[in-house]
Design a binder for this molecule. Sequence first.
Ligand code: SF4
Length: 117
Amino acid sequence: MFIAHDLAVVRHMADRVAVMYLGKIAEIGAGEDLYGEPGHPYTRVLLSAIPVPDPEVRRERKRNILQGDPPSPADPPPGCRFHTRCHLADDTCRRVEPGLEERAGLRQLAACHHAGP
Ligand code: SF4
Protein backbone atom coordinates (compact mmCIF):
# COMPACT_ATOMS: atom_id res chain seq x y z
CA MET A 1 0.00 0.00 0.00
CA PHE A 2 1.24 3.47 -0.91
CA ILE A 3 -0.35 6.55 0.72
CA ALA A 4 0.22 10.05 -0.69
CA HIS A 5 -1.45 13.40 -1.22
CA ASP A 6 -0.10 13.81 -4.73
CA LEU A 7 -2.25 11.95 -7.28
CA ALA A 8 0.39 12.51 -9.97
CA VAL A 9 2.80 10.33 -7.98
CA VAL A 10 0.13 7.75 -7.11
CA ARG A 11 -0.65 7.29 -10.80
CA HIS A 12 2.84 5.89 -11.39
CA MET A 13 2.86 3.71 -8.30
CA ALA A 14 -0.51 1.96 -8.14
CA ASP A 15 -2.86 -0.07 -10.35
CA ARG A 16 -5.76 0.38 -7.94
CA VAL A 17 -6.42 3.79 -6.38
CA ALA A 18 -8.64 5.00 -3.52
CA VAL A 19 -9.33 8.70 -2.89
CA MET A 20 -10.18 9.54 0.72
CA TYR A 21 -11.86 12.58 2.25
CA LEU A 22 -12.22 13.06 6.01
CA GLY A 23 -11.28 9.45 6.72
CA LYS A 24 -13.67 7.78 4.26
CA ILE A 25 -13.19 6.46 0.75
CA ALA A 26 -14.78 8.83 -1.76
CA GLU A 27 -13.89 6.83 -4.87
CA ILE A 28 -12.01 3.61 -5.59
CA GLY A 29 -11.14 1.65 -8.69
CA ALA A 30 -8.55 0.86 -11.30
CA GLY A 31 -6.17 3.76 -11.80
CA GLU A 32 -6.92 4.01 -15.53
CA ASP A 33 -10.67 4.33 -14.80
CA LEU A 34 -10.33 6.78 -11.94
CA TYR A 35 -7.85 9.03 -13.74
CA GLY A 36 -9.58 8.68 -17.11
CA GLU A 37 -13.12 9.39 -15.93
CA PRO A 38 -13.24 10.60 -12.33
CA GLY A 39 -16.78 10.43 -10.97
CA HIS A 40 -16.52 12.08 -7.55
CA PRO A 41 -16.26 15.89 -7.36
CA TYR A 42 -13.39 15.66 -4.86
CA THR A 43 -11.39 13.42 -7.19
CA ARG A 44 -11.92 15.94 -9.98
CA VAL A 45 -10.59 18.73 -7.75
CA LEU A 46 -7.49 16.71 -6.88
CA LEU A 47 -6.82 15.78 -10.50
CA SER A 48 -7.22 19.37 -11.65
CA ALA A 49 -4.49 20.38 -9.17
CA ILE A 50 -1.85 18.14 -10.78
CA PRO A 51 0.76 20.41 -12.38
CA VAL A 52 0.93 20.31 -16.20
CA PRO A 53 4.34 21.07 -17.73
CA ASP A 54 3.02 22.07 -21.18
CA PRO A 55 2.10 25.81 -21.05
CA GLU A 56 -0.51 25.50 -23.84
CA VAL A 57 -2.30 22.62 -22.15
CA ARG A 58 -2.07 24.52 -18.86
CA ARG A 59 -3.76 27.59 -20.41
CA GLU A 60 -6.66 25.53 -21.78
CA ARG A 61 -7.16 23.58 -18.61
CA LYS A 62 -10.06 24.16 -16.23
CA ARG A 63 -9.02 24.10 -12.58
CA ASN A 64 -11.42 23.32 -9.76
CA ILE A 65 -10.56 25.20 -6.60
CA LEU A 66 -11.95 24.04 -3.27
CA GLN A 67 -13.68 26.67 -1.18
CA GLY A 68 -13.38 26.87 2.60
CA ASP A 69 -11.55 24.72 5.11
CA PRO A 70 -12.09 21.02 5.69
CA PRO A 71 -14.35 20.20 8.65
CA SER A 72 -12.91 18.34 11.62
CA PRO A 73 -12.68 14.56 11.05
CA ALA A 74 -13.65 14.21 14.72
CA ASP A 75 -16.95 15.97 14.03
CA PRO A 76 -17.79 15.40 10.36
CA PRO A 77 -20.86 17.08 8.85
CA PRO A 78 -24.07 15.04 8.41
CA GLY A 79 -24.91 13.52 5.05
CA CYS A 80 -22.04 13.59 2.60
CA ARG A 81 -18.82 14.61 4.35
CA PHE A 82 -17.82 16.67 1.34
CA HIS A 83 -21.05 18.68 1.07
CA THR A 84 -19.70 21.80 2.82
CA ARG A 85 -17.19 22.25 -0.01
CA CYS A 86 -18.93 20.70 -3.00
CA HIS A 87 -20.39 22.89 -5.76
CA LEU A 88 -22.93 20.15 -6.58
CA ALA A 89 -24.30 19.75 -3.05
CA ASP A 90 -28.07 19.72 -2.70
CA ASP A 91 -30.53 18.91 0.08
CA THR A 92 -30.09 15.14 -0.33
CA CYS A 93 -26.31 15.53 0.02
CA ARG A 94 -26.76 17.47 3.26
CA ARG A 95 -29.05 14.81 4.77
CA VAL A 96 -28.10 11.39 3.36
CA GLU A 97 -24.62 9.92 3.48
CA PRO A 98 -23.87 8.39 0.06
CA GLY A 99 -22.65 4.79 0.00
CA LEU A 100 -19.59 3.63 -1.90
CA GLU A 101 -21.43 2.08 -4.85
CA GLU A 102 -21.44 1.46 -8.56
CA ARG A 103 -22.67 4.57 -10.39
CA ALA A 104 -24.08 4.88 -13.88
CA GLY A 105 -21.39 5.43 -16.48
CA LEU A 106 -18.48 4.64 -14.17
CA ARG A 107 -16.38 1.50 -13.79
CA GLN A 108 -15.08 2.50 -10.34
CA LEU A 109 -17.11 2.84 -7.13
CA ALA A 110 -17.98 6.33 -5.87
CA ALA A 111 -19.56 7.65 -2.67
CA CYS A 112 -21.55 10.46 -4.28
CA HIS A 113 -25.24 10.90 -5.07
CA HIS A 114 -24.39 12.72 -8.29
CA ALA A 115 -21.27 10.85 -9.40
CA GLY A 116 -20.92 10.32 -13.08
CA PRO A 117 -18.58 10.72 -16.00
S1 SF4 B 1 -22.90 13.48 -2.56
FE1 SF4 B 1 -23.38 15.60 -3.07
S2 SF4 B 1 -22.04 16.83 -1.77
FE2 SF4 B 1 -21.23 14.75 -1.78
S3 SF4 B 1 -19.69 14.78 -3.37
FE3 SF4 B 1 -21.60 14.07 -4.30
S4 SF4 B 1 -22.58 15.91 -5.13
FE4 SF4 B 1 -21.00 16.58 -3.70
